[in-house]
Design a protein around this ligand. Structure first.
Ligand SMILES: Cc1cc2nc3c(=O)[nH]c(=O)nc-3n(C[C@H](O)[C@H](O)[C@H](O)COP(=O)(O)OP(=O)(O)OC[C@H]3O[C@@H](n4cnc5c(N)ncnc54)[C@H](O)[C@@H]3O)c2cc1C
Length: 464
């Protein structure tokens, strides 16, 4: 097969590359390769089974058209300070301009007009004062909330648009290797997930946008073909769940409180991430059977709880430089203690130095929205530095959100974010291998739907 552009991964980064090429009138032959299924065929069996059944060959939550975005909470962060380090590569101004542009595309495909987290300036001031007193920085970030169910509709409309406008999409097809000749990327090798049959696609430009799930694979490819890259950071943390009443003010005023701190004694960066008012804690299973915790919220169905993650960034230099492997070990150890599941523990039990028992969860106001999480002791698997950072950050948060550090506050683990292996590129997303470009979360430059979409838009403009 011969194409002009082959895009590996139909997550936001990959699909916005194709959208922008079409919008700019490109007549090039575009092939989008996705190892999962089309949006309409993606179903998480947990809706029926109420329990994660570790789908094989892949998890429907993170794999398929629209990538990790389809079942995500669909929160589009509309500020360049949120969603990854792409602004460092392309400049803050272009990042913000392209966010506004990509947002208009989401609106065109049906996203809600309403934006959370703007206005209320007097209330925001009060929250900021408390944050300053607690030694935390409050980042203002307007949010467009698609909601899990609406996000699927929007991405379905995008899928139809791409197909109707001549983009070829190969579902159930996994890219296993790149074709490199004379230091140039000439295409890719694909394997059909059902038959195992291999095929070769030649293309002038290859765009790899394989998301967090594809970060391990891309790291191996980078090492094998000397694609310039550097170890990035890895985030290790917990998902915290409290009653909505506790977070009411912050939810109302900001929808999502983005707080950053550098708690003593380590002074590492610790931040809140992905806040879901009335949301649900969820489990994702990676290909290597690693179960990690996440969270999302629906537009219509609401729980009594708010969840958010608290993440600590970890860097490594010498002699150890494998952040993904490090975080995986932490995850595996936690999973082992929870017999393959997610562990949950009350904050008060952590401070008291005891595990949480199943029956004790029932004594609290807050009830876990992840029913198959196993009550236990996350401190038995969490590295000391990360645990200390989290405990001290939660105590600081209590000044901003009274009751956040309550005895009954639930901590789920492992919450891991693999952004590692940052591919070195110029501002046009050229790697040191001609014809090869790396986008989105797997490139190490983005960490969210909007920033991944922005990277796609800019790539699309270069490839027209
Ligand atoms: C539960 C959950 C909730 C989230 N909520 C939010 C949120 O509210 N707001 C936000 O901004 N972000 C959220 N995120 C993160 C967001 O979804 C990602 O940052 C974003 O999807 C990254 O886009 P991407 O295109 O880089 O990669 P992805 O969306 O991960 O897409 C990559 C695609 O590549 C495919 N792929 C991987 N390897 C191969 C291969 N070898 N061959 C072929 N195909 C391959 C995968 O199947 C996948 O479909 C959430 C993530 C999860 C899991």
């Amino acid at each position: 097969m011969k194409k002009d552009v082959v895009i590996i991964g139909a997550g936001p980064a990959g699909i916005f590359t194709a959208i922008e090429m079409l919008k700019k009138g490109s007549k090039k032959k575009i092939l989008l390769v996705e190892k999962g299924q089309s949006v309409e065929k993606r179903h998480c069996p947990k809706d029926k089974t109420k329990k994660c059944v570790s789908c094989k060959p892949y998890c429907h939550i993170t794999t398929g058209f629209s990538g990790a975005g389809a079942f995500s909470d669909g929160k589009l962060s509309l500020c360049y300070e949120v969603g990854g380090d792409l602004p460092m590569l392309i400049g803050a101004e272009l990042a913000q301009e392209t966010i506004n542009y990509a947002d208009s595309i989401y609106l065109e495909f049906g996203a809600d007009e309403h934006i959370e987290g703007i206005g209320n300036s007097e209330e925001v001031k009060k929250i900021r004062i408390k944050a300053i007193q607690a030694g935390l920085k409050l980042v203002d970030c307007p949010i467009r909330h698609m909601g899990t169910e609406k996000a699927q509709e929007i991405y379905l409309a995008i899928e139809k648009y791409l197909l109707e406008n001549g983009v070829e999409i190969l579902f159930g097809s996994e890219c296993t290797d790149l074709i490199l000749e004379d230091g140039e990327c000439k295409g890719v090798i694909l394997r059909d997930s059902k038959t195992g049959e291999e095929s070769v696609v030649y293309a002038q430009n290859t765009v790899v946008a394989t998301g967090r799930r594809g970060a391990d694979w891309l790291e191996k490819i980078c090492a094998e073909y000397n694609i310039a890259h550097q170890p990035g950071t890895v985030d290790i943390g917990v998902r915290v769940e409290v009653r909505n009443e506790i977070m009411e003010k912050v939810n109302e005023v900001l929808y999502e409180s983005k707080l950053i701190g550098y708690p003593a004694p380590f002074k590492n960066k610790v931040r809140t991430f992905c806040q879901n008012p009335g949301g649900f804690v969820s489990q994702e299973n990676y290909d290597n059977n690693l179960a990690v915790v996440n969270g999302h919220s629906y537009k219509e169905i609401k729980s009594n709880n708010t969840n958010l993650s608290i993440l600590c960034s970890h860097n490594f230099s010498y002699p150890f430089n494998q952040p993904i492997a490090y975080a995986q070990k932490v995850g595996e150890l936690t999973n082992m203690l929870a017999t393959g599941n997610i562990l949950v523990q009350r904050f008060g039990d952590i401070l008291d130095g005891k595990r949480t028992w199943e029956k004790e969860l029932a004594q609290s106001n807050v009830r876990p929205t992840l029913p198959d999480a196993v009550a236990g002791d996350i401190t038995a698997a969490m590295p000391y530095r990360a645990m200390t950072n989290i405990i001290n950050f939660i105590k600081a948060m209590d000044h901003v959100v009274e009751g956040f550090a309550s005895y009954e506050t639930l901590l789920y683990s492992p919450e891991l974010k693999f952004y590692s292996n940052r591919v070195k590129m110029d501002e046009n997303f050229n790697t040191n291998v001609k014809g090869l470009h790396c986008l989105g979360d797997s490139s190490g430059w983005t960490r969210g739907l909007m920033m991944a979409s922005v990277m796609g838009v800019l790539m699309g403009r270069k490839l027209v």
